[in-house]
Design a protein around this ligand. Sequence first.
Ligand code: GNR
Ligand code: NI
Length: 167
Amino acid sequence: MTVSAILHYPDATLLKHSKPVKSINDDIQALIDTMFETMYQAPGIGLAAPQIGTLLRVVVIDISENKDAPLCLINPEITHLEGEADYEEGCLSVPGIYETVTRAERVSVIAQDRSGQSVKLEADGLLAICIQHEIDHLNGKLFVDYLSAMKRQRIRKKLLKQSRQTM
Ligand code: GNR
Ligand code: NI
């Protein structure tokens, strides 16, 4: 069992685009295990590989109360977006900051699961929000990118100050 350190905004790795997974080998299985461990320990409802410094298109999610519904999406792609929903979001890479973001209310997603099977998923509510948040991470985008430049700058300064204090 391995838990990784989670990178914090404005770490440059979080702004990079992740590469598709070509083959779901033992290294990818180990990455997925580490991602679940790291997410559950944090605790969070989702985690994308770039948050632990791996620029690959792998996402783990568990929005269940009892943390017994693990969902792993490899190379996820949104095929349909519908409606609009506001939700107060947080991010393990932007600790202590919560702001309202508007996203699609419903999404359809295609991906591979950890056994390499193609899966199609339709989601609404918190799961739809979380899927969009995690796929943004794979594209180097964070929820703070939806906020005003002024708010983002304030958050950036606050987190830079925090990281200096913990060095
Ligand atoms: O744990 C998390 N909670 C959360 C709450 C509202 C909207 C999105 C999220 S995802 C976040 C974990 C995380 O940072 N995933 O990338
Ligand atoms: Ni996040």
